[in-house]
Design a protein around this ligand. Structure first.
Ligand code: TMP
Length: 259
């Protein structure tokens, strides 16, 4: 297993060469970082939870026609994904004021925004992922105008779906960050697909009843109970059973004795 070729190592994940050309293995680590790696801890079991939560969300999004890089989960920490060319943008969608938006515009945390807002940040750790506008994105060639339109329309569809999905689990989706990639297909056509992960590492999730934080802000703000909060998100989404039966597997055979 350690002989696999490592393609890329990020703060929370590693990408290995996959079994077929055009595939990669995405490995979820327990490393938990904030403020561009200034704060770093290992949270035992976090990678396992994020793997399961992200698998679940990508599958549900796939079912409503959002194209993603996800193929299948391989084991507790790894999933098989399609290799894509990552667009170097962090796309943030916000429903409620929090975090850097509250700081930047002096908005009270928790106040509902007049509509969902999309922001772009240039994915560049050395520069601390600076916020950029569509002008920067097109001028520097990170994406063209059609790609930006597609990214924005996918981001809003993802947001609409996830707001409902989480609300059904008693969770308010405050904001989240997603990344997209270009998937090259056989006949040299290109599709923009959702890549990376969607997990409590890159979302703000508040308990709908109490307002308690159930995401990485617990780590950023030294609140404790990080793993427990991620576990609760997984439990509420119904992804924490040890050996979940495949969807559509049909009724369980209670007795196999003939006659
Ligand atoms: P922000 O309020 O700090 O700008 O964060 C907005 C959302 O993006 C929040 O859900 C956390 C997520 N996020 C990441 O996933 N990675 C990052 O590097 C940052 C800064 C935010």
């Amino acid at each position: 297993m350690n002989k696999r070729r490592r393609i890329y190592e990020g703060k929370a994940k590693v990408l290995y060469e996959g079994p077929e050309p055009g595939t990669l293995i995405q490995h979820f680590k327990d490393d938990t970082t904030a403020f561009n790696n200034k704060k770093h801890e290992l949270i035992d079991g976090k990678g396992v939870l994020n793997n399961r939560i992200s698998e679940y969300i990508f599958q549900r999004l796939g079912e409503i026609g959002v194209p993603t890089h996800f193929m299948k989960r391989l084991n507790m920490r790894e999933q098989l994904i399609r290799e894509v060319e990552i667009i170097p943008l962090e796309v943030v969608v916000r429903n409620v004021a929090a975090g850097s938006l509250s700081t930047r515009l002096g908005l009270e945390e928790g106040s509902q925004l007049p509509r969902s807002i999309i922001e772009f940040y240039h994915k560049n750790d050395k520069l601390n992922d600076p916020m950029v506008s569509e002008e920067h994105i097109t001028a520097f060639g990170w994406a063209n105008p059609q790609e930006i339109d597609e990214v924005m329309s996918l981001a809003l569809r993802i947001n609409d779906f996830l707001v409902g999905l989480f609300l059904g689990a008693g969770i308010r989706l405050i904001d989240f960050k997603v990344e997209f990639g270009r998937l090259w297909e056989q006949n040299d056509t290109m599709r923009i697909v959702l890549a990376d992960e969607i997990s409590p590492d890159c979302c703000r999730l508040w308990d709908a009843a109490s307002g308690d934080k159930m995401d990485k802000d617990r780590f950023r703000q030294d609140m404790g109970g990080v793993l427990e909060a991620y576990q609760e998100v997984a439990r509420r989404l119904g992804v924490l059973t040890e050996n979940p039966r495949p969807r559509g597997a049909g009724p369980v055979l209670v007795s196999s004795k003939p006659g």
